[in-house]
Unconditional design. Structure first.
Length: 442
């Protein structure tokens, strides 16, 4: 399958089946804004919950936080975002279309109007969304929507430390929205102006040498690889590590790795991992006048911790998961499309069908099974068309198992369970279904 076709197929499937809709569509849409529909929100929640479980609940050394989207503007002054969270903006001299200078070839014709009139000098454009707090719209009421979730973890460092009594090394995790006034959003949910991040700030004592912080860095690199391999079930040959060159490092970073994924539109950043030194805590300490130090309980030594930041984009994860697990098999009538989603990510785990919808005894039995399984899993109900069509429909949204209640069920209390990936069917006793799926979906 051509990569361009894959992208079109995914965008179309997302719309048709309620994963992702164009934003504000009845008003002609709003460029590059997307809304998650009924199945999209399930997939997204499953990703966030799985992440939270792995990186917060199953670890002793990471705790959670959920901070406000709009913080005191002084935060962004201290973090350096007001001064340096910028992209170089150039404008076509003819049609005035705007581009990020680092994303185009400024000696080539304009991508938009094809003219060769060239581009303006680059202007640094700050990506933070501005708003006003309260009724007056003046300089003193300006505030910003957070461009990353990270800063709240630094700003709340002391409160978290005091209330959890964690010892170094430990981390603070947050999942939530971030806003960036991107110059050129695009590629579906890959680059939007409003998106979600899952981030951890992992604090440790000032390292004695490069080896010490690199050891922490490598642990987190491996944790990110394990997430992609074991939880998202990526073929890791689709993921590439890019060591960001010294001259391209962000103002706060001493080392950064980008994990790039082979999206249909090219190899692009999926996740990042950065060693931010003590840059953020030190700056917030200076700017706020509040001490943000840690006292070692054994040596009584006081210091500002250093930090490693692994960061995951939720929306890019969704796109990569869809690209990774989209399957087309067979030809013509035999052709089937399915999402080979890891069961934990699938919006529905099981679908239940009565063989015929005009046979009340089948419907009643199927309803009873549906209601019981709903106590344990997200379950779909389908009684439209024939069983073949229902399989097709569930395959397309990645439901791992379908149950059909037929006339044999009424005789011997067994049902047909069909596996999404193999399309094979087996008979299972109704009484065993709960344990069967507990086992299969664990
Ligand atoms: P890019 O170079 O693609 O602009 P970035 O290096 O600025 O990304 P980070 O600041 O490291 O991105 O943000 C962390 C993560 O947040 C990224 O790895 C990505 O998954 C996600 N992300 C960043 N910007 C966007 C966006 N505009 N839309 C969707 N996800 C984003």
């Amino acid at each position: 399958m051509e990569q361009k076709d894959l992208m079109e197929k995914i965008v179309s499937l997302c719309k048709r089946r309620g994963f992702v809709f164009p934003g504000s569509e009845i008003y002609g849409g709003m460029a590059n804004s997307w809304d998650y529909g009924s199945l999209g929100v399930e997939l997204k929640n499953n990703i966030k919950q799985l992440w939270w479980k792995r990186f917060v609940q199953q670890r002793d050394d990471v705790v959670g936080l959920d901070a406000a989207l709009i913080m005191n503007p002084k935060v962004w002054e201290a973090s350096g975002h007001l001064a340096t969270f910028t992209d170089p903006l150039v404008e076509c001299n003819k049609c005035h279309a705007r581009f990020r200078e680092d994303q185009i070839n400024t000696s080539a014709p304009c991508e938009s109007c094809k003219s060769k009139d060239g581009f303006s000098e680059p202007k640094m454009f700050n990506l933070m969304f501005k708003t006003f707090i309260g009724p007056s719209e003046d300089q003193t009421s300006i505030a910003y929507f957070r461009p990353e979730t990270a800063q709240a973890m630094f700003v709340q460092f002391k409160n978290v430390l005091d209330t959890t009594r964690k010892k170094l090394p430990f981390g603070i995790a947050q999942v939530g929205k971030a806003f960036r006034n991107e110059i050129t959003p695009g590629n579906f949910v890959f680059r939007t102006r409003e998106f979600e991040q899952m981030e951890i700030e992992y604090f440790f004592a000032p390292p004695k040498d490069d080896e010490e912080w690199n050891a922490q860095f490598e642990l987190w690199k491996q944790a990110m690889i394990d997430w992609m391999k074991n939880d998202l079930k990526f073929d890791m040959s689709h993921v590439h590590e890019l060591e960001v060159a010294k001259e391209d490092l962000a103002h706060y970073s001493k080392r950064t790795i980008d994990f790039e994924y082979e999206f249909p539109f090219g190899k692009k950043e999926l996740y990042g991992l950065a060693y931010r030194t003590d840059f953020d805590l030190s700056n917030h300490e200076k700017a706020s006048g509040q001490e943000l130090k840690y006292t070692d309980p054994e040596t009584n030594e006081k210091f500002v911790p250093h930090v490693i930041e692994p960061t995951w984009g939720v929306d890019r994860t969704i796109l990569a998961v869809l690209c990774e697990h989209y399957r087309e098999e067979g030809e013509e009538e035999k052709k089937r499309v399915y999402l080979k989603l890891p069961p934990r990510l699938a919006p529905y785990k099981v679908a239940v069908f009565p063989l015929l919808k005009n046979k009340p005894e089948l419907v009643e039995k199927a309803r009873a099974i549906y209601n019981e399984l709903k106590e344990h899993h997200m379950v779909a109900w389908d009684d439209r068309g024939n069983v073949g069509k229902r399989y097709y429909s569930q395959d397309e949204v990645g439901t791992p198992f379908c149950i059909t209640v037929d006339f044999d069920t009424l005789e011997n209390d067994t049902v047909t369970v069909r596996d999404r990936d193999t399309a094979e069917q087996e008979r299972i006793a109704t009484a065993d279904l709960v344990s069967y799926f507990a086992n299969k979906l664990s």
